[in-house]
Design a protein around this ligand. Structure first.
Ligand SMILES: Nc1nc2c(c(=O)[nH]1)N[C@H]1C(S)=C(S)[C@@H](COP(=O)(O)O)O[C@H]1N2
Ligand SMILES: [Mo]
Length: 437
């Protein structure tokens, strides 16, 4: 063993199991790109992006008005619901915007998180695994951090792909997972930000981007344990690695953003599982669940259909009678939690007019029931503000034409700024509650 080699080895106090070739040997990790600078580049992106992702996630949960009966099986989530507020009704695009960011950014983070984890992989195998109490604490926080981000990305991606058959467990899982993750993230950020700043200052991004493969050399050895003690020749430059990660992120965004940006970009949303199945003519925009899948039979939506309104009195109206009332219309978005959205021109009867007809001028909340039986979509509870908002509609038409069966014929809700799921289709009954809840 050479003197220099001995010196390097002295950074590692114990002989790992498996000798020099096992995964626990620092000599086993040979990428010449790994080092505090590269890790810090990925870390600094996450340091900004993760809080945005967390906050838009909390906003999304608040937008469901989980405190209203029936909107959430575990309302409030105890102390973690401390921040909940009555969700807003304007601007109408706010949920579309915030949830679009949450989903797109979440997807864009996948390559960056993968690169960050790759860059610190040798630390996972550091030997001996526990050197001190401080290190034990750090490792526990890493479990929340790494386990948390992997869990959040996985459940989020499953959710946007596979509907809501597991809706409430998804919400609970993604919600509690987010809190566990953010706890680990906060500890990690507090511990590592000084190191990150130092590492970022150690090299200039501009000169890294100008460095070719031939000139790529490892970062100087340090105590962090990230830099390879036994580096292999580089097969990609740092700028190549950064370009690969950046391009992957960009590709994910380009291939999904069309689902919420809409227009001509809709066609580029090749990775988006939703937001691309259309109807016909004026109803030619995406359908989340068709009437057939929801079990709506043409018989129940025909001439015998009546809207029942329950307040201090109970009244009911045929579709014809509703169409004879004064109609209002507006361009309003349907913005799904899955990240896709679409803006259409909806017209029908304002919800507050219907409340008045049921003898309930200032309801505290409204319970909406669909013809659909059972499942997470069959009912929604709206706040008093949502009933009172002038743009809140029981829509009968879209873009001037009758609603198609798949878009909720005979009548559906369109509530400004609400998550798509509260825009109940095939409405059967609305119960206005003047109580104090
Ligand atoms: N009764 C009922 N209403 C529903 C749904 C449903 O499956 N059943 N889907 C909801 C969801 S999750 C969304 S995003 C919107 C989608 O509306 P669209 O299919 O007209 O685009 O309707 C909402 N209303
Ligand atoms: Mo949705």
């Amino acid at each position: 063993m050479s003197a220099a080699h001995k010196k390097r080895r002295s950074l590692f106090p114990a002989e790992p199991p498996g000798g020099e070739r096992g995964p626990f040997s620092p000599r086993r990790w040979r990428s010449p790109l790994r080092g505090p600078w590269l890790t810090s580049v990925f870390g600094s992106i996450l340091l900004v992006a993760i809080p945005v992702e967390f906050v838009t996630g909390l906003v999304s949960y608040a937008a469901y008005n989980p405190r209203l009966n029936g909107n959430d099986q575990t309302p409030n989530h105890g102390i973690l619901g401390f921040y909940l507020f009555n969700w807003v009704t304007s601007p109408s695009w706010i949920y579309r915007f915030s949830q679009g960011i949450h989903v797109m950014l979440g997807l864009a983070l996948v390559p960056i998180v993968a690169a960050k984890l790759w860059s610190v992989l040798p630390k996972l195998f550091a030997w001996p695994p526990l050197r001190s109490v401080a290190q034990l604490l750090e490792r526990v926080s890493l479990l929340a951090l790494v386990g948390g981000i992997v869990f959040e990305l996985a459940t989020g991606i499953l959710n946007i792909n596979y509907d809501y058959s597991f809706k409430f467990s998804f919400y609970d899982g993604h919600f509690f997972g987010a809190w566990i993750f953010i706890a680990g993230f906060s500890v990690h950020a507090a511990l590592k930000t000084p190191t990150m700043v130092r590492a970022l200052r150690s090299r200039r991004l501009r000169s890294e981007l100008a460095t070719s493969l031939a000139d790529t050399v490892p970062e100087p050895l340090d105590a962090s344990g990230l830099v390879a003690v036994n580096p292999a020749p580089p097969t990609v430059s740092r700028r190549g690695a950064l370009a690969l990660v950046g391009a992957s992120s960009l590709a994910v965004v380009v291939l999904t953003a069309g689902a919420t940006v809409g227009g001509v970009f809709r066609k580029t949303a090749l990775l988006s599982p939703r937001g691309r199945s259309y109807g016909n003519g004026p109803n030619d925009f995406q359908v989340n669940r068709t009437a057939q899948v929801a079990g709506i039979s043409p018989g129940e939506t025909g001439d015998s259909w009546r809207l029942e309104l329950v307040g201090s009195r109970t009244v009911s109206f045929s579709r014809e009678q509703l169409l004879a009332m004064q109609q209002v219309g507006d361009h309003l978005p349907i913005a799904c939690v899955e990240g896709w959205s679409t803006v259409q021109h909806w017209s029908g009867v304002p919800l507050r007019t219907l409340a008045g007809l049921a003898g309930s001028d200032h309801p505290k909340q409204a319970r909406v029931e669909s013809l659909e039986r059972g499942g997470a979509f069959a009912t929604a509870t709206l706040s008093g503000d949502q009933v009172a908002a002038s743009a809140s509609l029981l829509a009968l038409k879209v873009n001037g034409a009758d609603l198609s069966p798949d878009h909720g014929f005979p009548a559906r809700l369109v509530i400004p700024a609400a998550p798509g799921v509260h825009n109940t289709k095939w409405v059967r009954r609305i119960t206005f509650d003047e109580g104090t809840s």
